[in-house]
Each structure stands twice: as C-alpha cells, then as structure tokens.
Design a protein around this ligand. Structure first.
Ligand code: ASN
Ligand code: ZN
Ligand code: CA
Length: 344
C-alpha cells in the first residue's frame, strides 16, 4: 500500500545517517517498508528460540519498532532502535542489490519481504537466516569479540542463504556447503559495494565492522587470501570437503576475488588486498559486475543441491558462455581463476 509509505531516516551504528521507508501508523510510524515487500524490523527482547531441528516450541518475539517522528535511532548502541536501523538498512541494501542487478524482487523472487529480529538472546555472537520464518535474526555480540552483527556484508551474507535455498539449494555440508557459504560471502560483499555507503565502503573482508579487539583479527574472513583467518583454504585439495563449510568456502571466495579483481595488490574500501594464486599464475580481473552476473546465473540456472568444486567450475563456465560467449575474455577468465585456485 504505497499510500502508507513515508520517507524517514535513521542514525545507524555502522553506516551513518541512512534513508528509511516506513509506514504511517496512527499518530506515529512503524519500521516497515511497503516499497520492499513489507520488510520490517522487530525487537526480540533478548529472548531466544527453542527449536529442535526446524520445529520450534517457543520463538523470541519480533515486536515491530515504532517511532514518533520518523527519525530513528541515535547512532548509539544503548538506544535499542539504533541497531534496528542497521538491520532495516541492510535488508534494503540486499533487496536493492538483487533487484537492481539481477531483477530479483525479494529473497524468493516473488516480491515478498522478509523480517528482521534484533537484540536476540544475550551477548549472542551470531546472526542467521531461517527459511522456516523467512526471517533474519541478529545478536548484539558480547561486546568483547563482537559488536552487534548488523553490518551490510553480514546482512547480505545471511539473506543470500535464503536465495541459495530457493535456487540451487546447495546442501550445507562437504564441498556443496563450502559453495553455499561462498555464495553468501560473494553476494554479501557485492551488496556492501552496491550500497556505496561512505562509512562502510566495499571490501573483500567479511565482518570487518562487527569484530572488536578481543577477536584478535580485523575480520571474520578474507576473500583475497582466505588463509589469513587461520583456518580457511586458499587452494583446492581433496581434503577441502572435510573442513567446516565456513572454511571450505575459501577456495570459491579466492576464485571470486581473482575473477573480479585479479592477482595483483590493490586497496579497496581503504583496505590493502593481495591475492597470490596457488600455481604462480597471474590472473587479470574482469570486474565485480561480471563476477556477480556469472555467479548469479551459475547459482540460479546451472548449479544443483549437490554441486561440488568441479561442478562449480563447469556451472560458472556455462554461465560465462551464456552471458558473454564461448571462448571470450570472460569465459577464459573464469577458467584461469579456477585453475589459479587448484580447480581444474
Ligand atoms: N552466521 C552463520 C552463517 O550464516 C550461521 C550459520 O551457521 N549458518 O554461516
Ligand atoms: Zn553463512
Ligand atoms: Ca566487508
């Protein structure tokens, strides 16, 4: 109902002052966006879900945030609405990336919004997408290792799990699980670049805004050189399938970085990146836009639930041929980037 839509703004934790589309409600406003499928953000009131597998006995609430003057949050974490601003903005950025770049309206592609819960549990150091509620949940972090997990790359990462579930359906274990995680890191990063927020500019680090000193590293993951996290694989080997999916993703993250940016050193979003190849080759990047087009077409047309690394090479080569022609620069760059991470 576009008549109910009102333009407001919010003071976020990580992205400065951001625009918000909200809903007029009685004398005030709800943090609910009719222009993006009714996407809204609610307060989980520090409660948790009690679920066994995907059956939940109790669920934390999602009490929609309301405001009197349509200027939301204060930029200060002590204000409960501040991280709600980030969460709503992250959903907006993710919606806009998929719509603007891929013509996909919403996670399921049906124009329907999802919802967010913030302040989930106590000192909770995680965020997750849940297919069963079609919703996103964010912890506040413990304040030592992590702050609230509401950054753009984390929002894009988590909601991309919903896109993957509705498309290729990559099984969340073994090599397909690593590809599922990498898909979330790739699009989470492309969401961050697409948003072009001056306070949270694009880079190939994941979670650089949410980690704190106690974490001991400046990000959760590094796509240019995944092994910088101490656990992820830079290069394919037969044992990659045995790693946790957040580490076997390294091979595809490394591929994606090389395909877009190439193997030389460069600074992006104020951060130094450098991506040595596994075979000593030099890779020339074809840019982020083409990476996004190729990976999205591979995910939505050529990958299946059991796609492994060899299958991802085939799927992305097919996607590049579909989009740009067989044997062209892009098709050859895909082959070169996979070879550079040991997927032949
Ligand atoms: N934040 C985690 C992730 O998206 C949640 C999970 O374990 N699936 O990877
Ligand atoms: Zn994930
Ligand atoms: Ca990032």
């Amino acid at each position: 109902d576009s008549l109910a839509t009102v333009s407001g703004d919010g003071e976020s934790l990580y992205g400065g002052t951001v625009p918000l589309q909200t809903t007029a409600s009685g004398p005030g406003y709800q943090l609910k966006d009719p222009t993006r499928g009714g996407t809204y953000t609610g307060d989980a009131a520090n409660k948790t879900d009690l679920c066994v597998l995907n059956v939940c006995l109790t669920r934390a609430p999602a009490t929609v945030f309301t405001d009197d003057d349509n200027h939301w949050g204060s930029g200060d974490e002590s204000d409960r609405a501040t991280v709600a601003v980030d969460a709503q903005y992250g959903t907006d950025a993710t919606w806009d990336y998929y719509e603007d770049v891929h013509g996909r309206r919403g996670i399921a592609g049906d124009g329907k919004g999802s919802y967010n819960r913030v302040h989930y549990g106590n000192k909770y150091n995680n965020a997750f997408w849940d297919d069963s509620c079609f919703c996103m949940t964010y912890g506040d972090g413990d304040g030592t290792q992590m702050g609230p997990l509401v950054s753009l790359d984390v929002a894009g990462h988590e909601m991309t799990h919903g896109v993957t579930s509705k498309t290729a359906g990559l099984v969340y274990s073994g090599e397909s699980g690593g590809l599922n995680e990498a898909t979330s890191d790739i699009f989470g990063t492309l969401v961050e670049f697409h948003a072009a927020n001056a306070e949270d500019p694009g880079d190939y680090l994941i979670g650089e805004k949410i980690v704190r000193d106690g974490f001991g590293k400046d990000a959760l993951r590094y796509m240019d050189k995944p092994s910088k996290d101490g656990k992820s694989a830079d290069c394919w080997s037969p044992s990659v399938k045995d790693l946790d999916v957040h580490y076997s993703s390294g091979v595809a993250n490394h591929f994606a970085y090389l395909l877009a940016e190439g193997s030389g050193a460069k600074t992006l979003g104020g951060v130094a990146h450098n991506s040595p190849t596994c075979d000593g080759s030099t890779v020339t990047g074809i840019g982020r836009a083409k990476l996004g087009k190729i990976w999205y077409r591979a995910l939505t047309v050529h990958m299946t639930s059991s796609t492994d690394y060899a299958g991802a090479r085939t799927a992305t080569l097919k996607a590049a041929a579909d989009l740009y022609g067989e044997g062209g620069t892009e098709h050859r760059a895909v082959a070169a980037a996979w070879s550079a991470v040991g997927v032949n």
